[in-house]
Design a protein around this ligand. Sequence first.
Ligand code: SF4
Ligand code: SF4
Length: 336
Amino acid sequence: MQRQRFGRTELQVSRIALGGIPLMRVPENEAVAVVREALALGINFIDTANAYADSEAKIGKAISGAPREELVLATKSQGTDAATLTRHLESSLKMLGVDYVDIFQLHNVSNQERYDAVFVQGGSLTWLQEQVKAGKVRYPAFSSHSVQMALTLMETNAFDAVQLPLNFIDREAEQAVSLARTLDMGFIAMKPLGGGLLPDAGVAFRYLLQFEDIVPDPGIETVEEIREIAAIVEASEGLTADDEAEIAHLREELGATWCHRCDYCQPCPEGIPISSVLLAQSTFKRFNAATAHLLVDKALERARNCTECGTCLPRCPYHLAIPELIKESLASLDTT
Ligand code: SF4
Ligand code: SF4
């Protein structure tokens, strides 16, 4: 697979990365097979996180024996103090079976509180710079779900790479792609398939591949998925008129207040699977009625217990009016 320069890091990375979230959900042998297939296809960039359960350990097992200098390993920590960050980094190194990571991302810096923890004297950024000096991290980076917060962080020029959600229904980060280009930062595109909402991988990747210098980071669960996506990337076709029509149709269908399925709003004290409820209408459009009922009925039942306590509201990086949207979702489905 084609390699490209990853901003000022000068790392040579594959045209796409392998995202580690779904590796949590599959048995170890299947996860190892996915990672090894990715390597065999020429994908040398693997992105994971301390928060992704045993994803790092599975990746570590899969890459053992692979030449370290051929790999570009990225991980993340949600820690906001030096002790937690150190514990997470040491755990990542151990699980991955390496003595350094190429890219270490402060995970989900999406609000003012997280921002302050980065820049406070002796905060996360200082810690990260110390790890670079110690040789445990090559390049400091961050991930975020807030484009505005990311732009502010990027402008400090303290980071070599940024990761943001970007896909054809979530295009706000296009402005961050431009800024990354200006600042010569690496750009990782999270959620290339809209967290599972975009059914056609061909359209989704052809949209992203328009941006020559970004690295889409699909979460992969099966060998078949990684083969399918690698084939789309290798074909390197531009967007077709049919693609443009499908994009317009899906944008209209999902509207502006769509839930990104990130689950940062959890846990809900009433146990409501919020994203399943907010996306229930879309589930009914995408699946036949029997399957859709199977997928969302329990979630909708629970949703009727929403107390409108508001606990979820400040946690949503997209500022969705969750209790209102739950009511709308229930009302609309009750009348269909
Ligand atoms: S407002 Fe409703 S959905 Fe949000 S945390 Fe409270 S009970 Fe859960
Ligand atoms: S409601 Fe907000 S926080 Fe919860 S899953 Fe959807 S986008 Fe994420």
